[in-house]
Design a protein around this ligand. Structure first.
Ligand code: ADP
Length: 244
């Protein structure tokens, strides 16, 4: 699903944000990416969604070679994934319904199917009844759930969330995390960048730690939610140390 081989990212100002990263993420995995501020976590996500282009190495996401991909093909890549941004990125002048429906309409989904699916995902995130409201009439936690509904609406194989609990209170964070676990159980690969150690410990799964542009830890952390590694993953090198 995701394959990185010696991937480096050097920004135009010379900052080497990622240094020869190699890793694979397989379908169905639940992955946390942790590490101190400035470690390269956001850069890693930006490479996966092709918001930034890797400088060197090999990078394949959902079967597409991102080193060779032309810019005009990027929207097609993005359609294979759902992205939850830390700052939600909802469109303020649109209703909640339209914010979620938008992602389906741009790919030409018939309105009848849009209606059915939007209703379903809003229910899934516990927001039925908010369809006619606008983002600024909702709390931060609710807005984050709208952004999650929007990320899920096209049934992506891969869900990428950048600090999805960064701007919401602890109780809501917990709820969002449970939803991400549920989505993962339904078959979507989930990658979450976070700095919240408590959530990582509680929810477990694969924990990749990046520090100074390099992977310093990559192991499966068992938890109540993730007692076992998903099928097909290789955890022979796992260390059970809790270095998150
Ligand atoms: P994190 O998400 O872990 O906080 P980032 O990926 O944002 O880390 O940043 C990694 C490094 O790359 C930092 O040193 C940061 O200052 C630098 N960096 C990030 N974005 C840019 C950019 N657009 N131009 C130059 N340097 C950048």
């Amino acid at each position: 699903m995701i394959h990185l081989e010696n991937v480096s990212k050097v920004y135009p100002n010379g900052t080497e944000a990622l240094k020869k990263l190699s890793l694979d993420i397989r379908p169905g995995e639940f992955v946390f990416v942790v590490g101190p501020s400035g470690a390269g976590k956001s850069t890693f996500l930006k490479l996966l969604i092709r918001e930034e282009k890797a400088s060197f190495g090999k990078l394949v996401v959902n079967g597409q070679d991102l080193m060779k991909m032309r810019k005009r093909k990027v929207p097609y890549l993005r359609r294979t994934m759902g992205i939850v941004f830390q700052d939600f990125r909802l469109i303020d002048k649109m209703t909640i319904y339209d914010n979620v429906a938008f992602a389906m309409r741009v790919i030409g989904t018939p309105e009848k199917a849009v209606k059915k699916r939007v209703k379903y995902v809003l229910k899934l995130v516990g927001l039925e009844g908010t369809e006619k409201r606008r983002p600024n009439e909702l709390s931060g936690g609710e807005q984050q759930r709208v952004s999650l509904a929007r990320a899920l609406v096209n049934n992506p194989e891969l869900l990428i969330a950048d600090e999805p609990t960064g701007n919401i209170d602890p109780e809501r964070s917990h709820e969002i995390m449970k939803m991400l676990v549920e989505i993962n159980k339904r078959g979507t690969t989930v990658i979450i960048v976070t700095h919240e150690h408590d959530l990582v410990k509680e929810f477990g799964g694969r924990v990749i730690r990046i520090a100074d542009g390099e992977i310093t830890h990559d192991a499966f952390l068992p938890s109540e939610y993730h007692p076992d590694t998903p099928k097909g993953t290789d955890d022979e090198d796992e260390t059970k140390e809790e270095t998150v």
